[in-house]
Design a protein around this ligand. Structure first.
Ligand code: G6P
Ligand code: MN
Length: 444
């Protein structure tokens, strides 16, 4: 069996250690020859790199481990690029969230005004990296889950329209499906989902049993209407995620069909979500103080000890859905498994009454040929209206970021359901332009 060379871009990310655990767990299905870490911040990545050397030495001997800040060294000869960058890191996420709240808007990582500011930073960074990858690895699969994925996908499609080896993805739908599986006493892989929408903006229409074809959606709707404690993965036990999962019952009770992505709460109840926010302590602060800190403390401890096995830091067998999803996807591409994944891909008639150029999130079969979307058909009027509005916002944001067009940026913000007012949009832009100097393409 071929052994693969992969590069993790954003190697210093808090998500990397879980991915390494997952790669160790999957060595039979997805064998590695070499793993490279690439990041623009050498110091933070070095910690992850040293941790990886210890982990692989003990759990996966024979894999070459390299970490670098040089694109040529990083990308030459790779089969897969797993890309998870956060331009400006969590510090800029906090700035996005707080500026939004200051102007009476939603301050969220990928939604509303906060998501717009992040998109404007992400697009130039992601495009530059992909250009570098293509210089040194023209054929590599690029699995990109850099956020805000909806805007980033619009941009990659615009700049690299012919490149079907760039795949944009998000783990939220499968995190939600894990919760469904838990409610029904099943496993996520017992289901095959049907779903439509944009990234962080979509709905499950069917949850089929892979063996019998039974659709669990109606019974799930009934169960989830009643608020109760849903078992989710560890990260989602944090208070703000718990609140998000709890809110599902309100959304499901208020609407009479389908099962919404958790992120719909920000667009369907923007005022309510705004009131929950604290300008002095946003989700970015929570992550910096909690999950991120915990991850790096573990890495430091392991590097200091020089070993993992037999210590308190042995990785948990369940590496979390984020890591699982990405490695599953790479495995499907490598092994022609034809499994179904929810992927952000060019509509091209998949949703027959939506713009063919729209980057939709829909179920796709995945194999060595790449991804092939499964037909959705017509999207009903209410959803069509929401999606088209959101798509116009995302497309204009991607174009504003690529072209440095102020007017497109303003129009984008006004289209966003969580902004709407022109005067507010202008004030937001003033502050975001100031805060994002050196990250955004200059707006003219
Ligand atoms: C989910 C989403 C990601 C998002 C993350 C934020 O996994 O799919 O797109 O980045 O949640 O989580 P956090 O814990 O950083 O708020
Ligand atoms: Mn996501």
């Amino acid at each position: 069996m071929k052994k693969y060379t992969i590069c993790i871009i954003g190697g210093g990310s808090r998500y990397t250690p879980d991915m390494l655990t997952m790669l160790c767990n999957q060595k039979e299905r997805f064998p590695l020859a070499k793993i490279v870490f690439y990041d623009n911040e050498a110091e933070r990545q070095e910690l992850v790199g040293k941790y990886a050397e210890i982990l692989f030495n003990e759990y996966y001997p024979g894999v070459e481990v390299v970490y670098t800040t040089d694109p040529e060294e990083a990308y030459t000869g790779i089969d897969f690029a797993l890309m998870q960058i956060r331009a400006g890191r969590l510090k800029m996420r906090a700035s996005d969230e707080k500026i939004a709240i200051k102007h009476g808007c939603l301050g969220q990582e990928t939604c509303g005004a906060g998501g717009f500011a992040y998109g404007m930073r992400s697009v130039p960074a992601v495009i530059d990296i992909i250009k570098d990858i293509r210089k040194y690895a023209p054929e590599a699969w690029i699995l990109n889950y850099s956020n805000p994925a909806a805007i980033v996908a619009q941009a990659t499609e615009k700049v690299f329209p012919e490149d079907h080896r760039i795949i944009n993805i998000c783990d939220m739908p499968i995190a939600i499906m894990d919760m469904y599986a838990n409610v029904l006493g099943k496993k996520r892989k017992d289901f095959e989902p049907r779903y439509f929408g944009l990234n962080h903006f979509g709905w499950f229409t069917n949850i089929y049993d892979v063996k019998t074809g039974h659709d669990y959606l109606p019974e799930l709707r009934n169960i989830l209407k009643t608020p109760k404690e849903f078992k989710t993965e560890k990260l989602f036990e944090e208070p703000s995620w718990k609140a998000t999962f709890d809110f599902m019952s309100t959304m499901i009770s208020d609407y009479d069909e389908y099962l919404p992505n958790t992120y719909m709460q920000y667009y369907l109840y923007p005022q309510k979500m705004f009131k929950k926010q604290d300008i002095n302590h946003t989700r970015a602060d929570e992550v910096m103080e909690g999950n991120e800190k915990e991850v790096y403390e573990t890495l430091e401890a392991v590097v200091k000890l020089g070993k993992i096995k037999g210590t308190a830091y042995e990785p948990e067998p369940d590496a979390g859905c984020h890591a699982e999803y990405i490695v599953d996807l790479a495995t499907a591409l490598a092994n022609n498994s034809n499994e179904i994944f929810l992927i952000i891909t060019k509509n091209n008639g998949t949703c027959s009454n939506l713009d063919p150029d729209m980057m939709v999130e829909v179920p796709c079969r995945v194999g060595t040929y790449g991804v092939e979307a499964i037909s959705v058909g017509e999207v009903p009027t209410f959803y069509k209206g929401l999606i088209e509005n959101q798509h116009a916002y995302e497309k204009l944001t991607a174009e504003a970021a690529l072209e440095g067009d102020y007017m497109k940026a303003l129009k984008a913000l006004v289209l966003n359901r969580a902004v709407v007012n022109t005067d507010v949009a202008k004030a937001l832009l003033d502050d975001y332009i100031e805060a994002n100097k050196g990250y955004w393409t200059e707006l003219k």
